[in-house]
Ligand binder design. Structure first.
Ligand SMILES: C[S@@+](CC[C@H](N)C(=O)[O-])C[C@H]1O[C@@H](n2cnc3c(N)ncnc32)[C@H](O)[C@@H]1O
Length: 252
């Protein structure tokens, strides 16, 4: 299976996206965005702007099991560790998982932030304060072929993963078994389907939400729908600005 997420350039880009402060991400750009622009904090927002906290009792907190699929370099997994006693964090990229593990051990990661061409400046990123890093197990894994003994989870989070899969249905079909009754599922996707990742015959024939709805079927109830912006720096004069259709589902 093809996965372009092993390169140093994408590793740098995702480390900056997940762990860089607004000032670090925007350094040298001519955009006059405010540091609290939501798109600069996407991997925190997919956890804390999505979950329905009224459905989580205080006594559950700390004993919750969470699964973060397609976790990349791990920021949302670290955010989930603030709430959950155990977090399984999986990604297909060895380079991304290795970086997440290095951060977990308290070691900063050096990042190249590009200005233009190959010119840029280096900076270090490290874990945000207050996370419970020891609660997370990072692992290389395939969302379309998850190991059978993962068990089930109170929270399942998959951000910007679906349209990067060659066979998205294989992941969607596994979800009812992965989420415990009463548990929550967060699916965020910019619906950026491309043959680079997903053959045409495996892309939705209608909307992505219709595909998700029909495959989650009777097992889930749609509780919340929102659009979360995200901003990824290519270089000082080029930023990818997108929004991710984010749905929160309750397992019946
Ligand atoms: C667009 S990135 C999103 C990462 C992160 N969740 C975020 O919101 O920033 C897609 C991620 O999915 C991972 N990925 C691609 N195919 C995968 C697969 N079959 N199983 C698990 N992860 C996969 C990539 O390595 C990459 O880290």
């Amino acid at each position: 299976m093809k996965n372009g997420y092993e390169s140093r350039r994408l590793l740098d880009q995702y480390l900056l996206f997940h762990y860089g402060s607004a000032e670090q991400i925007l350094q040298g750009s001519h955009l006059d965005w405010q540091p609290d622009h939501e798109g600069l904090h996407f991997s925190v927002a997919t956890v804390f702007s999505t979950l329905i906290f009224d459905l989580i009792s205080e006594k559950q907190e700390g004993s919750l099991r969470a699964l973060d699929v397609g976790c990349a370099v791990g920021r949302s997994s670290f955010e989930l560790s603030r709430l959950c006693g155990e977090v399984m964090a999986l990604d297909y990229s060895q380079a991304f998982i290795h970086a997440a593990q290095q951060l977990q051990q308290g070691q900063p990661m050096r990042v190249m932030r590009y200005g233009e061409g190959q010119v840029g400046s280096e900076l270090d990123v490290s874990l945000p304060t207050g996370v419970a890093a020891e609660r997370i197990k990072f692992e290389v894994g395939d969302a379309m072929n998850l190991r059978e003994d993962l068990g089930s989870f109170d929270l399942v989070h998959a951000a910007n993963l679906l349209c990067r899969l060659s066979e998205p249905m294989r992941f969607l079909e596994r979800l009812p078994a992965l989420v415990k009754p009463g548990g929550q599922l967060v699916l965020a996707t910019p619906c950026s389907w491309s043959e680079e990742f997903t053959p045409l015959e495996n892309q939705p024939s209608g909307t992505t939400l219709d595909l998700i709805r029909s495959s989650l079927g009777e097992a889930f109830e749609l509780k919340r729908e929102l659009e979360l912006p995200f901003v990824i720096r290519d270089h000082a004069r080029k930023f990818q600005i997108s929004t991710s259709q984010t749905t929160v589902w309750l397992r019946k």
